[in-house]
Design a binder for this molecule. Structure first.
Ligand code: FE2
Ligand code: FE2
Length: 277
């Protein structure tokens, strides 16, 4: 994972995963060095990732007070339980549904949970308040993003994601590095992959869900699946407005998978490398 500072007290811990045929999907976690420090999501659940070591490049994990789990998908929960051990005073910010989903695999200790619904706020000390909201696009019913008006930073979970053309662009770049048309196309692709329901919604009602984000007037948009985006919120909201009318994503079928696999060099033991799957 690499680390990038946004402003004076917000950091991005950036990782990525290659999705064949789609690109390099950023997988970010974030750190907010508030009076009561906040970690937002905890990275991929792959055995070779060490979230605590990445977090240590920003702060002592023992001092974390809040782990804002934007939703309990496995690309957000990788370091969650290690961090709960390392940070004895930390609580997991989630919803009733989020805690319920976690209970199907690895239950959260309920005395270390803080339930925050969209529309509610979390006080993180020093008069700083994080306002929870439901992002317009999401793939999990527990999804809750938040807005930090101290830094005008909006944390949007999966919403605004975009696969990148290279691992370097995914991990070390910013969203502004991409040609605007390429960024628009990649965000629409992700919107249709991650939120396929967007093609079935009442467009007027959907567009109304973009308004609260527009009203926030965020300077920084920090999405789990996009390099940091500074000064791009209006343009990215215009892109999201086009999502219902964009082409639905259809994944590779078995024939396409076999063609893909035939294109990979087998390893010495004849096995196909796992990242090819
Ligand atoms: Fe997700
Ligand atoms: Fe995700």
């Amino acid at each position: 994972m690499s680390m990038q500072k946004i402003g004076s007290d917000t950091a991005v811990l950036a990782d990525c995963i290659e999705v064949p045929g789609i690109g390099f999907l950023p997988v970010n976690a974030f750190v907010l060095l508030a009076d009561e420090p906040v970690v937002v999501d905890t990275g991929l659940s792959l055995p070779d990732r060490n979230f605590l070591s990445a977090l240590s490049s920003v702060m002592d994990p023992a001092d974390v007070r809040w782990i804002w789990l934007t939703h309990p998908d496995r690309d957000h929960t990788g370091g969650l339980f290690d961090l709960l051990v390392a940070a004895p005073n930390a609580r997991v910010v989630t919803t009733f549904i989020g805690a319920g989903i976690m209970s199907t695999e690895h239950p959260l200790p309920m005395d270390r949970v803080r339930l925050v619904n969209p529309g509610q706020s979390l006080d993180v000390g020093g008069g700083r308040t994080l306002r929870a909201f439901r992002p317009p696009l999401f793939d999990n019913p527990a999804t809750v993003g938040f807005y930090d008006d101290r830094t005008r930073t909006c944390f949007t979970s999966d919403c605004f994601g975009a696969p990148m053309p290279s691992a370097e662009a995914a991990v070390d770049g910013t969203a502004a590095d991409l040609d605007p048309e390429d960024l628009r196309a990649a965000q629409l692709l992700w919107a249709t992959v991650d939120s396929p329901w967007v093609h079935t919604v009442d467009t007027g009602k959907y567009l109304a869900t973009l308004q609260p984000l527009s009203a926030m007037d965020a300077e920084n948009v920090l999405c789990t699946h996009l390099p940091p985006a500074v000064g791009l919120a209006p343009r990215m909201l215009d892109t999201l407005a086009q999502a219902p009318g964009s082409a639905p994503f259809v994944g590779p079928d078995q024939q396409a998978l076999e063609q893909m696999l035939a294109g990979f060099e087998p390893g010495p033991d004849g096995a196909v490398p796992p990242q090819a799957m």
